[in-house]
Design a protein around this ligand. Structure first.
Ligand code: ZN
Length: 403
């Protein structure tokens, strides 16, 4: 029964899915990773994309002559109820110093209006005193003069809290985002808020027949999930092939049914960090947070916790490796799909270079890989290769060495 229910929700998802997460990742001269939702709600999408474009172009203008500048834009997405969506975009720019900014959007599809905190929380003028007092308790160095004129412009809402964000000017010495959590049950709300659904962790996994003498290859996809991922799953399923998906944690909740289907079809999910930052620059705590948040998201979506990690931009060190038990997985065959943007070029970058035990890197956040995939699978099967997940490939290699 549970399985039937799952299939039905999958069907609904694949026929009715009209929103997606857009990912922009550049990894040659500039370190740029941008993830943001596209909702197909006109005014909301316009506001989000113009904010992203503005941020990206001023980054290019202001930081281009500094050494290895990095732009990272991450998001949260929450449907408060059937009509109201709340989205936050967190921008982190790292160059000679780190700058954090947050912007939030709350939009009502019914009234076609952006909502302010006054539209959501009742008696805001009464609350104001409490908020300021709590803020002073949390941040002792908060600037009282600034606080007097503070407005509650940016906020997010999850199942437990209303979180209010304040500009960086509020603290003199801090470039981090200043915020305050207020428990929802202490507020009088003017709109209904639906609690998140629990995900179904029951999954039966497709079995495959592989022996240690087979010629094996592992397909891997980075930077998803995205709106293209279900098409990739279709092609894999149809051709009896399997892959490993190194997912960006902040996109998982948005595509949790796609992840369920990945596992169900016998594919593997690996960790590709939470927001796709350049990892070598992170402290131990920051790195662990990037890993652990993704582990939690995948577990919440599928019931499975990843064992593998693919470092962003392929960059890592022994220091980073010592912070986690996850196995770092790189690749030996590079499709360069994001760069060549051409189906034949992708096929030619892959097929002649695959050896027994190869790991191929592709990306599931654009259409080029989707178009090349079927031909890649066909040509490699003709050469006698069987498709396995990365964990299966590593196990088989170990087995061969012990034989
Ligand atoms: Zn990546």
């Amino acid at each position: 029964m549970k399985k039937l229910f799952l299939l039905l929700t999958l069907l609904i998802l694949f026929t009715g899915c009209d929103k997606e997460i857009k990912t922009i990742i550049k990894d040659e001269k500039e370190l740029v990773a941008i993830n943001y939702p596209v909702t197909n709600i006109g005014p909301l999408d316009d506001a989000i994309s113009s904010y992203v474009n503005r941020t990206y172009s001023s980054f290019k203008k202001d930081y281009s002559n500094l050494k290895q500048p990095e732009l990272n834009i991450s998001y949260t997405y929450k449907e408060l109820n059937n009509a109201v969506v709340n989205i936050s975009l967190t921008t982190e720019i790292t160059a000679n110093k780190t700058i954090n900014k947050i912007k939030t959007f709350t939009y009502d599809k019914n009234t076609k209006k952006f909502l302010s905190m006054e539209d959501i929380v009742s008696d805001l003028d009464v609350l104001d005193y409490d908020i300021k007092q709590k803020l002073l308790e949390k941040y002792r160095e908060a600037d009282i003069e600034f606080l007097a004129n503070v407005s509650y412009e940016y906020f997010t809402i999850d199942d437990e809290n209303l979180t209010i964000y304040f500009g960086p000017d509020i603290l003199k010495s801090n470039s981090n985002i200043v915020y305050l959590d207020i428990p929802l049950n202490s507020l009088k709300l003017l709109i209904d808020i639906d609690k998140s659904k629990d995900s179904d962790s029951y999954i039966s996994i497709k079995k495959k027949n592989i022996s240690s003498t087979d010629r094996i290859v592992a397909l891997t996809f980075d930077d998803g999930p995205s709106k293209y991922t279900s098409k990739i799953l279709d092609i894999l399923e149809k051709n009896d092939a399997y892959a490993t998906f190194f997912v960006i944690g902040n996109k998982v909740d948005f595509y949790d049914e796609v992840l369920t289907r990945m596992v169900q079809n016998g594919n593997e999910i690996g960790n590709h960090s939470y927001s796709h930052k350049w990892l070598n620059r992170l402290s131990e705590a920051e790195f662990k947070e990037e890993i652990n948040k993704t582990q939690e998201e995948v577990k919440k979506a599928t019931g499975f916790t990843p064992k593998l990690f693919r470092p962003t931009y392929g960059g890592y060190s022994d220091r980073l490796k010592s912070y986690t038990d996850l196995t770092f997985v790189l690749w030996d065959v590079d499709s360069r799909d994001w760069q060549v943007k051409n189906t034949n070029a992708i096929i030619n970058n892959i097929v002649p270079n695959v050896k027994d035990g190869s790991i191929i890197i592709m990306h599931d956040n654009h259409s080029y890989s989707v178009n090349a995939l079927e031909e890649v699978i066909k040509k490699l099967k003709d050469k006698g290769f069987k498709f396995v997940t990365v964990s299966e490939l590593l196990e088989l290699k170990e087995l061969r060495e012990s034989e």
